[in-house]
Write a protein that binds this ligand. Structure first.
Ligand code: HEC
Length: 716
């Protein structure tokens, strides 16, 4: 049988890559080494990775040089460990006292021997799978925190759990959220002296954001800081909330307001400040959330707090009146930079809105901001006022233009790294246009929580209904590795990837940058020139950030690989143009490593069998499509294009269609993460969705039949 176009593209791509790697190997033939000699090992100190971003400044830079340009061709796998789940992996592993602590999907924690990969202990917080429907972007977890013999993990269902690093025993387990609301935790906790700080997510489903601090030993809550004001009638928690409320209008609290701090929180021991990256509004559409406009503090802001008390110190808002899902939750990095001959203590961020910001972190003053990707919602950031000069067309939702960046951002959660020797910051950029149109459903104009309520027309945001939509999306959606000079505010070099959603980065004094990609490769680049020096097949997309460490004189590079997350759930057409299966797995490399991955059979997609016929009118099908995009696309993919994690409903069997009502309304598959939608739709609505699915299934089937016809050998 003729392989599908995607498999062909992928094979050609793999061949191209092999020839690239071979050329690299040829030129380095003479220098090729295997494992380091004993004498060489003695000069290498033990180096661990004990914090999410390696150091407090989260620079993700390692001083290790054993692995470098001269010997990278002999960097090979030394061990791998298959995680127990098949969902997205976004965690940065920690390495403490020879043990690797890594979290997988559903907030599970694995403690592995860092030199051999053997399992020391495993902890499963037993998250109720129904919480998948409260999560915007898969059951991911970005990692654990370590402090004095204790491991801390936030669980998807909103708990902060402390474990003994020695054996994984639970030391405390506290609920940090209201389980009846759509709060989740996916971010890594951070330690600020004797407190562990944790945020949460849920702004897409109608909640009010906050961060909380707990005592590291007791799990007792020390303080909580809300990121947006609540209902003024209930009284404000503090003066800061009263100040923030002056920047809101209407009855925002009914919508939750949003501003969840779901990822970046950084502690600065030098200034004793805690920086919080705050998320988007709930709903996203500001015209509904705060109809009279206003800045809507502290949405899309960086807020500095006193870590002891949670008291407000300063803030900088990246996107006043946030309306495009432009979170400022992206990784924040602290450094000292020479700016105009002056050493400045800076905080840097490349948030979703497409500008790279350098702030003075003592005062929050804006030093500079320049676009790192294609941006059209604003022309520039005014340095005097610190505010963007907006393009008014980007807020005209009755006449929508394709806005850049898209709601996934010019850069998202994938961590960036810094190399002080090149002065460059390395991160994955994404360039995708997005439509933000006025909603068509009345339900989108009502406050509410527990369902995706962006306040926009979800149909307009779906991929266009065309046959070659996957190829089309690939042509308009691009991703790059960017090496950014934060002083000159410009890219020094860029490396083009095939698609978006490439991984976080690691920088080393071996003058290397490590980054994985969504085409299943784990790569190393020359930190100065951007040349691709090394690449190994990971057999799965790599999203999380790599780390490096040295034990007994040998340097290791590790990455937690595994496909999933927001892109895989919502935007399959953007991300899943190929047939890689998720293999959630930790991969660890060293010079002269001897391990090999089990052979990967490039699975050819099983052909579809003939779907059931459509029985409803075109009108019902159209209704079904709107309902699908509103309620189902967040997991089963916009335009029914899944990212390979949740089922492709076009391929559901007649048996599934028979139990459709029991699944969608009755909640039959709730224990597997597919909740009941009875709160949001009637049986007739569920049937309309089914008819839309059948229509698309038949369209896909007809296309498949046609391409098989083409492949048939010409008749003699
Ligand atoms: C929060 C994520 C999420 C949302 C939103 C969601 N689903 Fe699901 N759905 C799942 C998961 C996970 C499964 C797979 C369960 C399993 O492992 O079999 C699933 C499975 C299904 C199945 C069974 C498919 C098969 O072939 O096995 C159907 C039918 C289904 N969903 C319909 C819907 C419809 C209709 C909607 C919108 C009204 C919807 N889903 C919204 C997560 C979701």
């Amino acid at each position: 049988m003729k392989p599908t176009l995607f498999i062909l593209i992928r094979r050609v791509y793999l061949l191209m890559l092999c020839s690239l790697v071979l050329t690299a190997c040829d030129t380095q033939q003479e220098e090729r080494t295997t494992a380091p000699k004993e004498s060489e090992k003695r000069s290498v100190p033990n180096v661990e990775w004990t914090m999410y971003g390696n150091d407090f400044g989260e620079q993700r830079y390692s001083t290790l040089t054993q692995i470098n340009h001269d010997n990278i061709s002999s960097l090979e796998l030394t061990w791998y460990f298959d995680l127990y789940t098949k969902r997205g992996v976004e965690a940065t592993p920690l390495i403490v006292d020879g043990v690797m602590f890594v979290s997988g999907s559903w907030s599970m924690v694995y403690a592995l021997d860092a030199t051999t990969g053997s399992l020391k202990w495993f902890y499963d917080p037993e998250v109720d799978r129904a919480f998948l429907a409260k999560a915007c972007c898969d059951a991911v977890n970005r990692g654990v925190a370590y402090h004095e013999g204790k491991i801390f993990v936030g669980s998807l269902d909103g708990r902060l759990i402390s474990l003994s690093a020695a054996d994984g025993k639970v030391l405390f387990d506290v609920q940090t959220t209201d389980r009846d609301q759509s709060y989740t935790i996916t971010g890594a906790p951070r330690i600020a002296s004797d407190k562990v700080i944790i945020g949460n997510g849920g702004a897409d489903l109608g909640v009010r954001g906050y961060v909380s601090a707990y005592h590291v030993d007791t799990g007792e809550m020390a303080w909580r800081f809300y990121t947006v004001p609540g209902n003024p009638a209930d009284g404000f928690e503090n003066e800061t909330m009263a100040m923030a409320a002056k920047t809101w209008t209407g009855e925002w609290w009914k919508w939750g307001g949003g501003g969840t701090a779901w990822d970046s929180i950084v502690y600065d021991p030098e200034l004793d400040l805690l920086y919080i990256g705050v998320g988007n509004g709930s709903p996203r559409n500001q015209q509904m959330r705060s109809p009279g406009g206003g800045d809507n503090l502290f949405l899309a802001s960086i807020v500095a707090l006193k870590p002891d008390t949670g008291e407000y110190v300063w803030h900088y808002q990246t996107t006043p009146g946030e309306t495009w899902d432009f979170t400022a939750t992206q990784p924040m990095m602290l450094a000292e930079l020479d700016i105009g001959g002056e050493q400045r203590k800076v905080l840097m961020q490349a948030p979703k809105n497409g500008f790279f910001y350098v702030l003075d972190r003592v005062t929050g003053e804006l030093i500079s901001a320049k676009p790192y990707t294609q941006v059209n919602w604003a022309t520039e950031i005014d340095i005097e006022t610190g505010r963007p000069i907006e393009n008014p067309k980007a807020r005209d939702f009755d006449n929508p233009i394709p806005v850049m960046p898209f709601m996934g951002g010019g850069h998202n959660w994938a961590p960036m790294s810094y190399n002080p020797k090149t002065g460059l910051i390395y991160f994955g950029e994404m360039s995708v246009p997005q439509s933000y149109a006025t909603p068509v459903l009345d339900i989108d104009r009502e406050p509410g929580h527990g369902y995706w309520n962006t306040g926009f027309n979800s149909l307009a945001a779906a991929p266009p209904p065309m046959d070659d939509v996957d190829e089309f999306m690939a042509s308009i959606a691009k991703g790059k590795l960017v090496a950014w000079d934060p002083v000159r505010q410009e890219a020094r070099w860029e490396y083009d990837h095939q698609r978006t959603s490439n991984s976080g980065t690691l920088s080393t004094a071996g003058m290397l940058v490590f980054q994985g990609d969504s085409f299943t490769n784990f790569n190393a680049f020359n930190a100065e020139s951007g040349e691709l020096l090394w690449s190994r097949e990971a057999q799965t997309a790599v999203m999380a950030a790599p780390v490096t460490y040295a034990i007994n004189g040998e340097q290791y590079v590790a990455v937690a690989a595994g496909w999933g997350g927001g892109g895989a759930h919502e935007a399959g057409a953007l991300t899943h143009g190929w047939n890689a299966r998720n293999k959630s797995r930790v991969l660890v490399y060293k010079l002269g490593g001897q391990q090999q991955l089990p052979a990967l059979s490039l699975e050819e997609e099983t052909p579809m069998s003939e779907p059931l016929p459509v029985t409803a009118s075109a009108e019902i099908i159209a209704e079904g499509q709107v309902l699908y995009e509103k309620h189902c696309s967040a997991c089963h993919g916009g335009g029914l294009r899944t990212g390979g994690i949740n089922p492709d409903l076009r391929r559901s069997s007649p048996a599934i269609h028979k139990t459709w009502q029991d699944i969608v309304i009755g909640g039959l598959l709730q224990p597997l993460g597919m909740v009941s939608f009875s709160q949001f739709m009637s049986s007739d609505d569920a049937e309309a969705v089914r008819q839309y699915v059948l229509g698309e299934a038949n369209r896909q089937y007809t296309k498949q039949q046609a391409s098989q016809g083409e492949a048939a050998p010409p008749e003699a």
